[in-house]
Design a protein around this ligand. Structure first.
Ligand code: NAP
Length: 235
């Protein structure tokens, strides 16, 4: 493993697409910080990857808890002193068929707390580590449900709004960044995970690979864009 390996952090790395992202990043010579809100699950997932000689470590991070995020950023700063890649992957999907105005408001609030505010607070806490080196790649794992065109069909309102605002956050942060710091959003497609269910046609490996290239784009690469399988898609 190169001494100069870049450091990458993935939220919700204990399972699903996040776990696969950690693995693929490590296979591509990144030092990877697998984060999870559950320390047992996180340690176990990191241990499994370490047994394959991958450079993976664990940091506890509950993106619904600002103090946890603050402590996580301190741990990364102390341990590595840098962060090159941040993948906001952790997310929840709590509403399937309910109409927005019929569901318990707490469902919308919990969804926004994780999928939007979670990503916002994580970016806010970790970006100083990128600013101090004038380099960073941030990837927000969004969804086609977050596209503006999705707002005119009923259902899945909490999840759709959370990803729509995550997309907006992506564009705003991109517009406000200086230096070689880039932030983009990705739709991983319909993926066979606990969230996507067993009928989903894509594997986590396919999804992770479709996301990974954004972690390694050069200074001329995209900033503030939305992608699926490497192709720009409409917000
Ligand atoms: N699967 C799909 O078809 C699909 C499609 C489009 C977009 N996406 C997006 O892709 C991302 C990953 O989805 P997935 O399919 O891998 O889902 P998943 O299998 O349900 O995994 C979700 C991950 O997010 C973590 N998480 C949830 N709330 C958290 C919190 N407060 N703090 C830290 N971690 C938290 C979970 O941790 P715990 O184990 O502790 O619950 C888990 O690691 C999500 O953002 C999702 O919206 C997925």
């Amino acid at each position: 493993m190169s001494k100069d390996s870049k450091v990458a952090l993935v939220t919700g790395g204990n399972r699903g697409i996040g776990y696969e992202l950690v693995k693929q990043l490590a296979l591509n010579d990144f030092k990877v910080i697998l984060t999870s809100r559950d320390p047992d699950m996180g340690h176990e997932a990191a241990q499994k990857l370490k047994e394959s000689n991958l450079d993976v470590s664990f940091v506890e991070l509950d993106i619904g808890n600002q103090e946890s995020i603050r402590q996580g950023a301190i741990a990364v700063s102390d341990r590595y002193g840098r962060l090159d890649v941040l993948i906001n992957n952790a997310g929840v999907y709590l509403d399937e068929n309910d109409k927005l105005l019929n569901m318990e408001p707490s469902v919308l609030e919990k969804t926004m707390a994780t999928n939007f505010f979670g990503a916002y607070h994580v970016i806010r806490s970790f970006i100083p580590l990128m600013e101090q080196q004038g380099y960073g790649r941030i990837i927000n794992v969004s969804s086609e449900y977050g596209a503006m065109s999705e707002m005119s069909s009923p259902g899945v309102g909490a999840y759709k709004l959370s990803k729509l605002t995550l997309n907006g956050l992506t564009q705003l942060v991109a517009a406000e960044m200086n230096g070689d710091i880039k932030i983009n959003a990705v739709d991983p497609g319909w993926v066979s995970t606990d969230m996507g269910g067993p009928s989903a046609p894509r594997t986590p490996k396919q999804a992770a690979r479709s996301i990974l290239w954004l972690a390694t784009i050069g200074p001329e690469g995209p900033n503030g864009e939305f992608f699926r399988d490497g192709k720009r898609i409409d917000w």
